[in-house]
Design a protein around this ligand. Structure first.
Ligand code: FAD
Length: 364
């Protein structure tokens, strides 16, 4: 019987389970330290005054009970790729025939003086709890958000109603992944929502209670860093072949070494020379793809086609009622209430997909 081990039960890891659960006569193991699957794209919503983090975490017990998946609640720490072993942080080891690595990513914190000591990041539910604990939900509290990409814009938008928010972006506009018109729309909505936006200035230094930018400086009470992601540090200490940025070098099937795959944020996906941004949507597609590839190889001996993700869109919340982004392949721009509604629908669709993969009653 083939043993398939998945490291990380996020969008990619659980996505891989779909095709793998259809295989008979395989052993499925999930190595995942958490008690619940965190719906990370929903976490900015949880930061709003009446938001609850628990509403955005699906307990693994609920998903995996009575399935063929064995959940080992530990961190993976390293691998022996010759003996096909995963080492765990309790010093135990787990053998595998097929390995899927989907432990997500970490916030990338550059060596800006003072930043690490005081900045909150938002990468998981624990980070969200830390931020919520620091928030007072009053306009007298100034929250500085650094980074005007997807995470920074969503966080600034959610907090602006109840705080004095300042959003800082080094580039000359917000949301560089979107077209100019959509990025200007996001800018206007955030300003109308009460946020202050500073564009074209890098953060140089943090000297509490001040952030010092290239030209200006501002006082803050809570500082949130939303400046990008990087592969998990521990991956650097494993024998996996890595590129210069620390991503495992994978072929178009996500295969790094024979029968060792990556999926999700850890797979730096490039299709026809174009880098595909790491998102939950891509992670879920990549997980499903890698799971199908392994299922095909086990059942038919051939892997099937290589990975060509068809993204359904990119939607960004600007506050509790407005959003911006694009939908459908080719990119139809969308803004306002309809963008926000579609984003909410995409969250529900994802939950529906989970309930189908694990054959759970709806709603989850
Ligand atoms: C604030 C925020 C908002 C976002 N909004 C959107 C959005 O609107 N739309 C969108 O598509 N994307 C969004 N993203 C990006 C999206 O969340 C990620 O791309 C996605 O979660 C990646 O999925 P993954 O499966 O690779 O990793 P994750 O979903 O992060 O899952 C990784 C799992 O691995 C586990 N793990 C970590 N280390 C280990 C280890 N050593 N051993 C075992 N398990 C481990 C973790 O506990 C976790 O459960 C957002 C991200 C953030 C931070």
């Amino acid at each position: 019987m083939q043993k398939i081990v998945v490291v990380g039960g996020g969008y990619a890891g659980l996505g891989a389970m779909g095709p793998l659960l259809k295989l008979e006569d395989v052993e499925l193991v999930l190595i995942e330290p958490g008690t619940g699957h965190q719906l990370i794209p929903e976490l900015p919503e949880a930061l709003a005054k009446h938001g609850s983090i628990e509403n955005h975490v699906v307990p693994y017990d609920k998903l995996l009970a009575d399935t063929r998946v064995t959940h080992i609640r530990q961190y993976a720490t390293n691998f022996d790729l010759t003996r096909k072993l995963v080492f765990l942080d309790n010093s135990e080891q787990v053998s595998y025939d097929w390995l899927i690595l989907s432990p997500g990513s970490e916030p990338s914190l550059p060596p800006i003086p003072g930043l690490r000591e005081v900045a909150h990041t938002l990468r998981d539910a624990q980070d969200a709890r830390g931020i919520k604990d620091a928030l007072k939900y009053g306009k007298e509290q100034r929250v500085a958000v650094i980074g005007g990409g997807l995470t920074g814009v969503e966080v600034a938008g959610m907090l602006a109603e109840d705080h004095d928010v300042i959003l800082v972006e080094a580039f000359s506009r917000l949301l560089p992944a979107l077209g100019l018109g959509l990025s200007q729309y996001a800018y206007r909505r955030l300003i109308a929502g009460g946020a202050t936006i500073v564009l074209g200035q890098k953060l140089m230094r943090v000297k509490p209670p001040r952030i010092e930018l290239e030209k200006d400086h501002y006082e803050y009470d809570v500082l949130i860093w939303a400046g990008g992601i990087t592969p998990p540090q521990w991956i650097r200490y494993t024998p996996l072949p890595l590129d210069e940025r620390g991503y495992p070098k994978a072929n178009p099937y996500g295969e790094v070494l024979p029968q060792v795959f990556v999926a999700g944020d850890l797979w730096h996906v490039v299709v026809d020379g174009e880098e595909i941004p790491a998102t939950a949507q891509l992670a879920a597609l990549a997980g499903d793809f890698v799971g199908s590839t392994i299922a095909n190889r086990i059942a038919k001996g051939t892997p099937g086609p290589d990975f060509r993700p068809r993204l359904r869109g990119m939607l960004i919340s600007l506050d509790e009622g407005q959003g911006v982004g694009w939908v459908l392949h080719g990119g139809i721009p969308i803004r306002g209430f309809s963008a926000r509604t579609l984003k909410n629908m995409s969250f529900q669709q994802y939950r529906l997909k989970l309930s189908k993969i694990f054959d759970r009653p709806w709603p989850l």
